[in-house]
Design a protein around this ligand. Sequence first.
Ligand code: ZN
Length: 116
Amino acid sequence: MHELSLMQSVVDICAARAAEQGADARVTHITLEVGLLAAVLPDSLRFCFEVCAKDTRLEGAGLEIIEIPGRARCLDCASEVSVTQLYDTCECGSFKLVVITGEELKIKQMEVEQCA
Ligand SMILES: [Zn+2]
């Protein structure tokens, strides 16, 4: 499952960053930006987050997912078009679309709390 390995790396990165802030630091909230072209389902990401976060510094943390729509630029007519899937074509008929946004999956923000 694609989402599970993605979430595992997100959890690993966040846990490592939290660890830098103190031995007892816990992650309370993370915000992810997920491109709609990234071929991952937000619901599935949420489920995988619960699974991956268990027994880590992220257990019980809130997860916010911001969906980034797909945008691409056409190399033939230079217009910027919205795309819903990779390999969409431009209105001018060109296949030469370069994706600008929509493929990302990145950690936009995380909140860390020090536990006593
Ligand atoms: Zn075009």
